[in-house]
Write a protein that binds this ligand. Sequence first.
Ligand code: FNR
Length: 368
Amino acid sequence: MGEITNVMEYQAIAKQKLPKMAYDYYASGAEDEWTLNENREAFSRILFRPRILIDVSKIDMTTSVLGFKISMPIMIAPTAMQKMAHPDGEYATARAASAAGTIMTLSSWATSSVEEVASTGPGIRFFQLYVYKDRKVVEQLVRRAEKAGFKAIALTVDTPRLGRREADIKNRFVLPPHLTLKNFEGLDLGKMDQANDSGLASYVAGQVDRTLSWKDVKWLQSITSLPILVKGVITAEDARLAVHSGAAGIIVSNHGARQLDYVPATISALEEVVTAAQGRIPVYLDGGVRRGTDVFKALALGAAGIFVGRPVVFALAAEGEAGVRNVLRMLREEFELTMALSGCTTLADINRSHILTEGDKLRPTPRL
Ligand code: FNR
């Protein structure tokens, strides 16, 4: 392996190393994958308006998320089934996140349980929740996460059914037989069986509660005292509802373009969500973040932090924990450099005037 100089390079290595079924599951998006490309393309259409002759000899990237201090506004999104990528799976991700002083979000569909991940040592961790039809199962799982020291629930709200991921359909995707969805082990639930299409899509159709609605955010609040992040908001209307529901924060996400195709890139939807939230709760973003410049652009548009998904699983596949550490290191260094070259020394310095979006170009003069 030659020297890795950016997080995107891990994808080609993962493709070489992984069985096709696993790689395709990690890499693919829904249907035409228009949104998958757009999640990246939209970042490339945002340009910088850097400020010069500012003392950038000291740069502070630290921030707080829901009151938890972290080293940088770069966190790890929940991605399912990480042991398919590497035998250490979620353990490696948890350790790498702790070492970097940032937050890991563990998927409901992890191949390691909440208790196992907690056993890797101290670290600030969030738990991503899929709400199953069987609410007893959900209650139990949330309690276990709470007991294991997880600090928040990221409630995924964009998956009443699984998006149509054609690679998984062609591959008849199922979890390899030596792995299980560890958080549900021993429970009397259906397994992810070989189906005529994606085994995961059938599993979701059987288990996940399609009736989920805003009143269930209240229900979730009644069973846990953990703060709730609503993951999967991409409109101003839903941002307002999230604020009213008592959510502690919003994650602008299109699920890595794996659910509804032809939704806008998250970076394009971010500003309307931030405006609608009116500063009442923090807004985070995931989707297509691959460069420190992307992190800066999201913050300039009002995000309080970002999460990365695929780079983590690809790096895991290539190099295990060392790979995930390297992803976090590269993103951190690129972000620090972007801050320096834009004339920002703290996150509070990053503002809307540091970037130029396509919408801005239609205006006669930059806003000051
Ligand atoms: C995901 N994502 C996801 N989201 C979630 O809420 N629960 C989950 O179990 C998963 N699993 C999952 C697996 C894989 C392989 C991918 C790629 C994504 C979505 C994830 O949390 C996040 O929204 C996106 O991955 C962010 O986009 P990028 O960084 O992958 O472009």
